[in-house]
Design a protein around this ligand. Sequence first.
Ligand code: C2E
Ligand code: CA
Ligand code: CA
Ligand code: CA
Length: 278
Amino acid sequence: AKKASKSSVQFYSQELKEASQRIIELENALQSAITNHEFELFLQPMLDLTSGTILKAEALLRWNRLDGERIGPDEFIPIAEQTGLIVPIGKWVISRACEMISTLNHRGYSCKLSVNLSPRQISDRHLLEFIRGSIQNSHILPNQLELELTEGVLVDNYDKVQYLLTEVRKLGVSVSIDDFGTGYSSLSYLKKLPIDHIKIDRSFVQDLVSDENDKAIILAIIAMAHSLKLNVIAEGVETELQRNFLQLNHCNLAQGYLFSRPLPFAQFCDYLSASPTQ
Ligand code: C2E
Ligand code: CA
Ligand code: CA
Ligand code: CA
């Protein structure tokens, strides 16, 4: 038994070593990923459930490494966050999203794009100026850009967030609460902060049809949001049954594989041109 436990400890430390080597490798590679043009923004449409038109899309970051390896945001965003690299990467995301909006405008589509903000970006003093500059440089309307923040970001940096959101609202940029329902339970921020939309987390939508509790939670979120004059977006909609339930219960927008996976820009344009006009 002694021998076995020793070898399992060795095995464990071997795994740890490999995991930390991987993190160090990705950390190094991330340093030069922007200059090497390894990042790409995919777009996932959000549909208006009443009209079926695409009003906006979420920008989701993809990392295509020079050696051909594709790494998902769930693996590299936490590393970028820890090392602070998320600040320049997040700026790249914002300016690229503004460029895409501008290109869409030139092609005759008035589509909004939302970008995800990490906690670390909120602490960046230059963020607000950067957003203002990106909007100006690309000649888009400020209300075509939206920001997605999770509940955790709001609560951890309350004062900074309050200042930032008030200022971005003055610019005309709108704000969504992402992954709603998975973070802190205090809801007081909803009436204190200038928020426009709530995105219901995928975990509630997933079993919506079979799970009475998830149904009740979704109905409560929609009712609360609407009484606070907030729009509701359901994430992770994969089936017609989910869509019908959401539509029937006055959820405003839906996003998920049922409509489309996140798409490269060119394919997103094709998708837009084939869908009902706005
Ligand atoms: P998120 O903001 O909650 O984004 C939604 C995620 O759900 C995306 O994963 C999307 O591909 C996935 N998804 C959408 N519809 C469905 C569906 O019907 N079923 C299922 N199973 N999944 C669906 P993705 O692109 O892998 O992104 C993961 C997370 O990485 C995002 O979660 C976000 O937290 C983070 N992320 C992505 N891009 C950025 C970025 O530019 N900046 C920051 N800070 N974080 C980002
Ligand atoms: Ca999001
Ligand atoms: Ca989300
Ligand atoms: Ca999520």
